[in-house]
Design a protein around this ligand. Structure first.
Ligand code: CA
Length: 726
């Protein structure tokens, strides 16, 4: 391990010289396998990523730059010609599951990921497929994933690209051929870990986290040598078993902020998405997730801050050593992750230029911190919140509203809910306007104690009663609640901590954001459109009907002097799975596709086939109310997060109301309890759900299929959503 660090020292020194002298990367140099022949030669991608503004036509890392600003310096497409944008090409990703990837662009090649971790290399000018790589993931692991079988993209370094998988692997591929260099297992597969995030590569190390805190795991990030896949360091985010030696001084310190036997359910704190790097300060930032279980009274009886849950932590990228942390939500008990997108920028605040890190985490406050020290600078809520009145400027801690700390108390209707005021969908910072563009949303949630909670391995273990958070079956109540579920593109002034403008969408769970030097902001929406907005005033200047909802963030690149805007389209993720049926976007059927636009192009998407779908007649509802009620509770515990509230799927997974197995108890049992559909991603719940519960769930679904709102009702809601977004 020490040897590999030494090996990279001359490289780092060379990069710094390049950075200081401003030498650009030679286009296309040393990017093929031949770069391997001189192991000590300078890796072009290191300097290239640090100096990304010198090659604005490329998109070399997840947020384009290590600062993760997601701002493109390209300005060929601007406010005056954006109306001439058209479809240059599209590429069908062959999936109806969620698409969350940010494409990477290098040397005219686009690298993008799709469901089940399939990686594609496409000609970025024509859309022609160059190669694809299928890691053959164990699809039954889908049952361990909170939020769809998604992936947020690859990382590039020299001649290799890197991708994480839902079964916990990190894989290095040859960028030219897609052939595998190495494949390492990063998690203990006996636990419900998964990977959905994009790796980052810093100083020759590939850094990757993982997810699984809803089910019960202990979070960490790991760095691997980019050449060999050898493990370089691992940083745990929460302490482990008190009987064992803490892995680091930081863990020994963190342990003093916990109570009880938290390690038995993992403790949580997964680093499932956001990371950033400052090469000048040599600090690597990670965003840390929620507790396992959510309910702090179960996780850490008597409280405590529970470090480093819901924190931004700064590490040394060479060693993984802790430098500083800032905790957004001390004593987290609401699934208020701090895994959301972090942006580095230099802002003039009170007359002085400050090196800041900015985040809009799930808890609804926009934070500006000093990224050298972690010092709190300012925070302000960017949506309505009712869990805290404000962040105390002296302590940097939230001033909580007492009833919001729900464990052991009455159920509390809270804004934001666990899907957040802002989730993983990337923001963008535009240095020209000084605004951060946030895919913001509002969605209430009833937090309530799960009175019958017991830890079940491989199941959701939140300690929160989801049945009280389910959508009301009464139509008037349903419509009242629906009116509280909102989404918007919000331009936020991080210096003044106030909104500059906002554009209201028809609902929540819209796409990530790109801003450009052309004075434009690009975002896709849940209601199947991709649009450009004026970065200064929020006027919508152009939009395109994409046939499918969008959650991923767009990018921009240039080839042969022409600027392109690209986005990986396809609705998906936690909101879509849980609520996309009852709260539809109007974008069914879901089609995963890369869409690429340029000025004066006039491509067209394939015509949508007329739907001939007729809902089948469900079996008669004959079970007792008692059994249906038990089925509702079990459905809320084990099924709703994938199959949808009111047993109404958004089309990503089979709609249980229409299941041909509803009338066949043995076939139903074989799927739920024997893994009959494991190869399609339906886990085997035999160890979690007993035969009686399985039958009760079947009775509940039959009841919904007979008595719930029918398809016409949801089609009407979808039209209303679309009309609201016109
Ligand atoms: Ca979570």
């Amino acid at each position: 391990m020490a040897g590999s660090i030494k090996l990279w020292m001359p490289l780092v020194a060379s990069i710094l010289v390049l950075a200081i002298t401003g030498c650009g990367r030679e286009e296309g140099a040393a990017s093929g396998p031949e770069a391997q022949t001189e192991p000590n030669s300078i890796d072009p991608s290191a300097a290239a990523i640090i100096n990304a503004d010198e090659t604005p036509g490329e998109w070399l890392s997840h947020g384009r730059t290590y600062s993760e600003q997601r701002f493109s310096p390209l300005a060929e497409i601007h406010t005056s010609n954006v109306d001439d944008l058209g479809l240059a090409w599209s590429f069908d990703l062959g999936t109806s599951r969620g698409i969350e990837a940010t494409p990477i662009i290098h040397d005219g090649v686009m690298y993008v990921t799709a469901s089940w971790n399939i990686v594609y290399a496409l000609d970025a000018k024509s859309g022609a497929e160059l190669w694809r790589f299928d890691p053959q993931v164990d699809r039954s692991r889908a049952a361990f994933m909170c939020c769809d079988i998604v992936n947020r993209g690859v990382a590039l370094w020299g001649n290799k690209i890197f991708t994480g998988t839902i079964d916990g692997r990190l894989i290095a591929l040859d960028a030219k051929s897609g052939e595998k260099y190495w494949d390492v297992q990063t998690v203990d597969l006996s636990k419900p870990y998964s990977i959905t995030g994009a790796p980052r590569v810093v100083k020759g190390k590939v850094i990757i986290g993982n997810g699984g805190a809803e089910l019960g795991v202990r979070g960490y990030v790991t760095a691997y040598d980019a050449d060999t896949g050898e493990l370089a360091w691992r940083f745990y985010t929460v302490p482990g078993d008190v009987a064992k030696e803490p892995e680091s001084a930081a863990m020994a310190q963190a342990m003093t902020t916990w109570n009880g036997e938290w390690w038995k359910a993992g403790g949580g704190g997964t680093v499932w998405d956001s990371m950033a790097y400052d090469p000048d300060l040599d600090l690597f930032y990670i965003g840390v997730g929620n507790g396992s279980p959510w309910n702090q009274e179960i996780r850490s009886p008597g409280g405590g801050d529970n470090l480093f849950l819901s924190s931004i932590v700064a590490l040394r990228p060479d060693t993984g050593d802790y430098v500083w942390h800032y905790q957004t939500t001390p004593g987290e008990t609401w699934d208020y992750t701090a895994t959301q997108h972090m942006i580095l920028a230099d802002l003039k605040i009170d007359g002085a230029v400050r090196k800041v890190i900015m985040q809009a985490p799930k808890n609804g406050f926009f934070y500006v911190l000093d990224r050298e020290t972690g010092e709190f600078i300012s925070a302000k809520n960017f949506v309505p919140v009712n869990w805290a009145t404000h962040i105390d400027p002296e302590t940097g801690r939230p001033v909580e509203i007492e009833d919001a700390r729900w464990p052991g108390k009455a159920p509390y209707l809270q804004l934001p809910g666990p899907l957040g005021a802002h989730n993983w969908h990337p923001m963008s910072y535009n240095p020209d306007t000084g605004f951060v563009y946030i895919p913001a949303q509002e969605g209430p949630w009833v937090y309530a104690e799960d009175q019958s909670y017991e830890y079940k391995e491989g199941a959701w273990n939140t300690g929160s009663d989801f049945s009280l958070a389910m959508l009301p079956s009464d139509e008037a109540q349903f419509r009242a609640l629906k009116s509280m579920v909102r989404g918007r593109l919000l331009a936020w002034d991080p210096v003044k901590q106030e909104p500059a403008w906002s554009f209201e969408h028809g609902g929540p769970w819209n796409g990530g954001v790109l801003s450009t030097a052309g004075g434009l902001v690009f975002q896709g929406t849940a209601d199947a459109h991709f649009a450009a907005y004026d970065a200064v005033n929020g006027a919508r200047l152009w939009r395109f009907f994409t046939q499918t909802g969008i959650v991923a963030a767009p990018i921009s690149y240039a080839i042969d002097g022409e600027q392109y805007i690209a986005v990986a389209a396809g609705w998906g993720g936690s909101f879509t799975l849980g609520y996309g049926g009852p709260l539809p976007s109007g974008s069914v059927p879901n089609v995963g596709r890369v869409l690429v636009f340029k000025v004066d192009a006039n491509g067209a998407l394939p015509a949508i086939a007329d739907s001939q779908f007729v809902a089948p007649t469900p079996p008669p509802a004959t079970a007792s109310q008692e059994i249906v009620a038990a089925g509702f509770q079990a459905y809320a515990n084990y099924c709703v997060t994938c199959h949808g509230d009111q047993a109404q799927s958004s089309g990503l997974v089979p709609n249980l109301r229409y299941s041909s197995l509803l009338g066949d108890t043995d076939a139903w049992n074989a799927v739920v309890r024997e893994g009959a559909f494991a190869a399609s991603g339906m886990g085997n719940f035999g160890a979690i759900i007993d035969r009686e519960q399985s039958e009760a769930i079947r009775a509940y679904v039959i009841s919904e299929a007979n008595n719930g709102y029918d398809a016409a009702f949801y089609e009407k809601i979808a039209r209303e959503v679309n009309n609201a977004a016109q």
